[in-house]
Design a protein around this ligand. Structure first.
Ligand code: ADP
Ligand code: MG
Length: 398
């Protein structure tokens, strides 16, 4: 069975094509080309909006943005992946206008225009995404962050913005303009990743700690199930709401503050009793935070088995307590484990998207083939595979 691998793009070729495409679309050459990575989260799922921990890393797969400023306050947006774009005044951009995919881009421009002085900036933008769209690998943040770094470099009034401030602008663009709920992990890692490192992100204050990959004989295999369940948005909002209800019932600022040892306490049980699925949802968040910290410790001890078992425990928790997995993700995880992977889990928001497996380097092809075979046996659409190498942050290419 032929496997589908999604390699990162050849940067030189993309820059050349994008520069040419920009000229065709807009009639002049871009001021430069920027890129921002997608990410994969090794562990720490649905913890970001609970002010907890997660451990993502930037992928070598990026979204590229060619940009040129204009002095007439007009914004023009196009994507290699989409047949339609948008053109309008920057001052007309607001939540929901434009809508669809261009909201991610216009949202960043709109938010940053507030910093720069409304109406002061116009820009032509052509993007080319090499992070699979909607696969749970954060093509949306790759898109918004590629635009954000371009604007910071091009607009003098934005030059002093820090990576944290750019991340906040991108989070606002996704939440308010594109109407896509996001907890902030994706934008933070896309802008602040350190090459060859994972990023331990504390979503309480968005502080980041680079974590070295200490398992040279192992790598992370990403399995894109190629399913994107439409239920996901409502479910994501529902999980967030349950967590908010639970933390206020517990009189905590966030679930991050709940000690895992207290889950069995009578007062905690009583406080959560009135919230539908309150206890299992809280148990996931609290235990997941601990697993992130345990996995970082396991990495420092170069303990691949422990890293793997924490990943698998995370999957079971997401499947059984948080109930955000789906058949395809479960098939991917179980097939990886049966093929000998030390650990595997769903990654991203759930209900489709991608899974990750810790795999010995010499077994990657074989494990991928076993997973593809399991999908075939279950009559599921063939998955796609990415070799995930911890990569660097967004920046300028040309
Ligand atoms: P993920 O971030 O996991 O890939 P999302 O649903 O959050 O999934 O974001 C995917 C959406 O982001 C797409 O449906 C599209 O609206 C937008 N998007 C991402 N990359 C591009 C691109 N290169 N061109 C146009 N739209 C894009
Ligand atoms: Mg996204």
């Amino acid at each position: 069975m032929a496997l589908t691998w999604l390699p990162p793009a050849d940067t030189g070729a993309v820059v050349k094509d994008l520069t040419r495409g920009f000229f065709v679309d807009f009639g002049h050459i871009p001021d430069g080309v920027w890129a921002a990575p997608g990410r994969v989260n090794l562990i720490g799922e649905h913890t970001d909006y609970n002010q907890g921990y997660c451990l993502p890393f930037a992928l070598p797969h990026r979204t590229y943005a060619a940009a040129a400023t204009r002095d007439d306050g007009i914004l023009r947006i196009a994507s290699v992946q989409k047949s339609s774009g948008w053109e309008g005044k920057v001052t007309d951009v607001r939540p929901g206008r434009p809508d669809g995919w261009t909201a991610y881009v216009a949202g960043v421009v709109g938010v940053l225009a507030e910093h720069a002085g409304a109406g002061a900036m116009g820009v032509d933008l052509l993007v080319d995404g090499h992070v699979p769209l909607g696969a749970g690998l954060s093509s949306s943040a790759a898109l918004s962050c590629s635009v954000a770094v371009a604007l910071r470099d091009l607009v003098p009034a934005l030059a002093d913005l820090t990576d944290e401030e750019l991340a906040s602008a991108c989070i606002r663009a996704e939440n308010e303009f594109a109407g896509a709920a996001t907890g902030g992990m994706d934008q933070t890692v896309s802008l602040r990743a350190v090459d060859e490192h994972l990023t331990l992100l504390d979503c309480h204050d968005f502080s980041v700690t680079p974590v070295a990959w200490t398992l040279p004989e192992h790598e992370v295999l990403v399995i894109d199930t190629r399913v994107h369940h439409s239920l996901a948005d409502g479910q994501y909002a529902a999980r967030r709401q349950t967590c908010e209800l639970a933390s206020s019932a517990l009189r905590l600022a966030s679930l991050r503050e709940l000690d895992p040892a207290r889950l069995d306490d009578e007062d905690v049980r009583t406080a959560l009793a009135g919230i539908t699925d309150g206890l299992p949802r809280v148990r996931h968040v609290v235990s997941e935070n601990q697993r992130v910290l345990d996995l970082v410790a396991a990495l420092s001890e170069q303990d691949a088995r422990r890293v793997g078992s924490l990943m698998t425990a995370s999957h079971r928790s997401l499947r059984d307590d948080y109930e955000v997995s789906c058949h395809e993700l479960d098939v991917a995880v179980e097939a990886a484990l049966e093929a000998g992977a030390p650990g595997a889990r769903m990654t991203g928001g759930g209900f489709g998207g991608s899974a990750v497996a810790l795999v010995r380097r010499d077994a990657v092809e074989r494990v991928a083939a076993e997973i593809a075979r399991a999908f075939d046996q279950e009559r599921l659409q063939a998955p796609a595979f990415l070799a995930a190498v911890p990569s660097g942050p967004a920046g300028r290419l040309r």
